[in-house]
Ligand binder design. Structure first.
Ligand SMILES: [Zn+2]
Ligand SMILES: [Zn+2]
Length: 154
C-alpha cells in the first residue's frame, strides 16, 4: 500500500477522523487482499478482524482511502466497483476478469494519448485513470487456453 499506517492515520486526522479499530480493519483487509475487492467483500474480510464493524464505516473508510491515494477504485470482474491497494508511484491496475486478481502496472506511457486529448479538447489534462482487464497467467494456464498467437487467419 502506498501509505503506511502512520501516514494513513495522519490523513484521517486532517479530515477530523480517527483511525479507529474499525477503520484500521478496513485498511488491513484491502492491504491483505491479492485481488480487487468490492465494498461488500471488504466488509466480510474486515469483519473477521473486527466483528462490530458496520457497512457504512466500510464505505466511508474506502472513500477516504481513495481520496488520499491509498486505494484505487477499479471495475471488478463483475463490472461492480472494487478497490485495490495503490502503489507509491503512478500506476494502474490490471484486473483478471476471471478470478479478480489485481496486479499493479507502473510503466504507463500515456503522453501521446494525453497530448492528443489536450489538442482535441483544448483542456489542460492534469490526471488520467486507466483500467486494464484480462486473463491472468494462472487462469490462462488453468484453462489451457492457447496464447495470443493461437488464432489462425480466416
Ligand atoms: Zn485470474
Ligand atoms: Zn498512467
Amino acid at each position: 500500500m502506498a501509505l503506511d499506517a502512520d501516514s494513513i492515520a495522519r490523513s484521517f486526522a486532517e479530515r477530523g477522523l480517527r483511525l479507529t479499530r474499525q477503520r484500521r480493519a478496513v485498511v488491513d483487509a484491502v492491504a491483505a487482499a491479492g485481488a480487487s475487492l468490492s465494498a461488500l467483500q471488504v466488509f466480510d474480510a474486515a469483519r473477521e478482524r473486527c466483528p462490530e464493524l458496520g457497512l457504512t464505516t466500510v464505505y466511508r473508510t474506502l472513500e477516504v482511502l481513495s481520496e488520499i491515494g491509498a486505494v484505487r477504485r477499479v471495475h471488478g470482474p463483475d463490472h461492480c466497483e472494487a478497490f485495490v491497494p495503490a502503489g507509491a508511484v503512478h500506476g494502474h491496475t490490471v484486473v483478471c476478469s476471471s478470478c479478480g486478481r489485481a496486479t499493479e502496472f507502473t510503466q504507463c506511457d500515456m503522453h501521446a494519448v494525453v497530448d492528443a486529448a489536450a489538442r482535441q479538447t483544448g483542456y489542460e489534462i492534469t490526471e488520467h485513470f486507466l483500467q486494464l482487464s484480462g486473463i491472468c497467467a494462472a487462469c490462462n494456464a488453468a484453462a489451457g487456453a492457447p496464447g495470443p498467437s493461437g488464432k489462425g487467419a480466416g
